[in-house]
Design a protein around this ligand. Structure first.
Ligand SMILES: Cc1cc2nc3c(=O)[nH]c(=O)nc-3n(C[C@H](O)[C@H](O)[C@H](O)COP(=O)(O)OP(=O)(O)OC[C@H]3O[C@@H](n4cnc5c(N)ncnc54)[C@H](O)[C@@H]3O)c2cc1C
Ligand SMILES: NC(=O)c1ccc[n+]([C@@H]2O[C@H](COP(=O)([O-])OP(=O)(O)OC[C@H]3O[C@@H](n4cnc5c(N)ncnc54)[C@H](O)[C@@H]3O)[C@@H](O)[C@H]2O)c1
Length: 443
């Protein structure tokens, strides 16, 4: 029997779940098909569990920074306890998310979703038919196609490690490689981070990336740039990572952190004429695919924009409005991006480099390390670069490196999106002393 809906959503992650709830508020009949954990990557195996495990780094680093400044005695991470702390949060997520959908009147299917030859959606033994379909199947970890790739572990494995190995290696210096390297180091592992060229974290300000790397190296993390890994072999209980020019590294665990690939290959897109490339499903300015009944949103979309949770939610909100009859094109706002750690590196809007070649912009750089807010906890690194549009007297870009860069970058994001005049911002009465009140000294 064919089950009919207004909208069927493939993938019950951040984007899929959020759209389903919004569509129920419009009294539309909705089904969500999820083949793994409801809630998707972010709360189960991404942002949230990662940030809980980062607590280990935050606490140990803060105590270390404060030695001799009123704090004595070191603390260490008990990984199994920290993992239990994480699981207390993550274990209930999938069931709770599915129950919330069901309670809202959404039909949920715990099945692999795939289009069939008739253009309907097959979900196990169920055949679902809808006026509109939305692909929100996200991404999965990339496995570099080298000899021994079967030995690779992924970010999902890392976020579920029962015990922290003594020596761990990450291949790929992107967001995930850097964030997990910081967590593993704080948990007591000897950490190696191997990157194939000389610009890891290529989306970020190169000088501040250098500061992050110097800091990690001072802490004892081994960073190998310009090293292409060609093989992983199992030797006894260990693994040996080999690369060009005789590179050899014995280690206890190898995590492939060399990017993520969109889940486009197993959902029958060719049967319904939906085009995609290696970055994901191709969409127009209405998030519509090359089949006008089928839309796509979130990480699975082919785009150069950062693939992040708030972007997935934003696209879900856009589609809810579009399906309600508001047919404006999607317009993106500034997207702040962060590499969480101690320090955290955060960026939004135009990069600092733009101001070096264009007189239209003024670059204001500050080393905030000695400032009150950072002196308090004796933070070793606190820097900010703010790009100002000279004519309009507004902030158009910012990069921040500090343990609390996430607070500041959100303030700069608001200033950019609201096109707030710097003078107007400086007239606000903000709680003092706080990171936000420091912004007046940064612009
Ligand atoms: C380790 C890690 C850390 C991250 N940290 C951050 C962070 O700090 N901040 C941030 O903003 N973003 C972060 N992200 C990115 C963030 O998790 C994603 O941008 C977000 O989850 C995207 O939401 P989505 O709904 O598009 O995809 P997902 O949340 O991945 O949801 C897609 C869902 O579709 C399901 N699915 C796939 N194929 C099928 C199929 N054939 N049938 C049925 N279901 C299917 C999947 O199981 C999944 O549940 C992180 C990601 C990772 C991996
Ligand atoms: N804090 C956050 O917001 C956050 C955190 C984690 C993940 N994410 C999201 O998840 C996505 C995926 O993260 P990611 O770190 O896996 O991807 P990424 O694209 O950021 O980084 C992958 C890195 O691996 C490198 N690489 C590629 N091939 C390699 C090779 N053969 N050898 C060595 N290095 C190689 C790339 O040059 C790149 O620097 C991000 O783009 C982001 O959207 C966000």
């Amino acid at each position: 029997m064919v089950e009919k809906y207004d909208v069927v959503i493939l993938g019950g992650g951040v984007a899929g779940g959020s759209l389903a709830h919004s569509l129920r508020r419009q009294n539309k009949s909705v089904a969500v098909v999820e083949n793994n954990l409801f809630g998707g990557t972010c709360p189960n195996r991404g942002c949230d569990p990662k940030k809980i495990l980062l607590a280990g780094l935050e606490v140990t680093q803060t105590v270390a920074d404060m030695q001799g400044n009123g704090i004595s005695g070191h603390v260490s991470v008990n990984w199994p306890d920290l993992m239990r702390h994480k699981r207390q949060y993550t274990d209930p997520i999938s069931n709770a998310t599915q129950h919330a959908l069901v309670a809202d009147g959404v039909d949920t299917f715990h099945e692999q979703a795939q289009f069939n030859d008739a253009g309907q959606l097959q979900a196990g033994n169920h055949v679902l038919e809808a006026d509109k379909y939305v692909i929100a199947t996200g991404q999965r970890p990339n496995r570099l196609p080298i000899t021994g790739s079967e030995y690779f572990k992924t970010s999902t494995d890392f976020l579920n490690l029962n015990d922290m190995p003594k020596d761990v290696t990450f291949i790929g210096g992107g967001y995930i490689g850097f964030e997990l390297a910081g967590i593993a180091h704080a948990a007591g592992a000897k950490v190696h981070l191997i990157h194939h060229n000389d610009h890891p974290l290529k989306q970020f300000d190169p000088q501040l990336v250098k500061d992050v790397m110097n800091h990690l190296e001072d802490e004892g993390v081994d960073i190998q740039l310009n090293t292409s890994v060609t093989q992983v072999a199992k030797v006894g209980e260990q693994y040996v990572v080999s690369g060009e020019d005789g590179f050899k590294l014995p280690t206890d665990a190898v995590f492939c952190t060399a990017g993520r690939i969109p889940n486009v290959d197993t959902i029958g897109l060719d049967k319904v004429g939906v085009e995609y490339d290696r970055h994901g499903v191709k969409v127009n300015d209405f998030l519509q695919t090359t089949n006008d009944k089928i839309f796509a949103m979130g990480d699975v979309v082919s785009t150069k924009r950062p693939k992040l949770t708030p972007v997935a939610s934003y696209e879900a909100s856009y589609l809810a409005e579009y399906f309600a009859g508001n047919e404006a094109k999607i317009a993106f706002k500034s997207i702040p991006t962060l590499v969480f750690g101690q320090p955290t590196l955060a960026q939004v809007g135009l990069p600092a480099s733009i101001a070096t070649n264009d007189d239209h912009y003024l670059l204001i750089s500050n080393d905030m390390t000695g400032w009150y807010s950072y002196h308090r906890l004796n933070e070793p690194l606190a820097k900010a670069k703010v790009v100002v549009d000279r004519e309009n007297e507004t902030v158009v870009g910012a990069t921040v490196l500090s343990n609390h860069a996430d607070y500041l970058i959100n303030i700069f994001t608001l200033m950019i999106d609201q096109r707030m005049k710097i003078d107007d911002f400086n007239k606000e009465i903000l709680a003092y002393p706080s990171f936000a009140s420091d912004v007046t000294y940064l612009v």
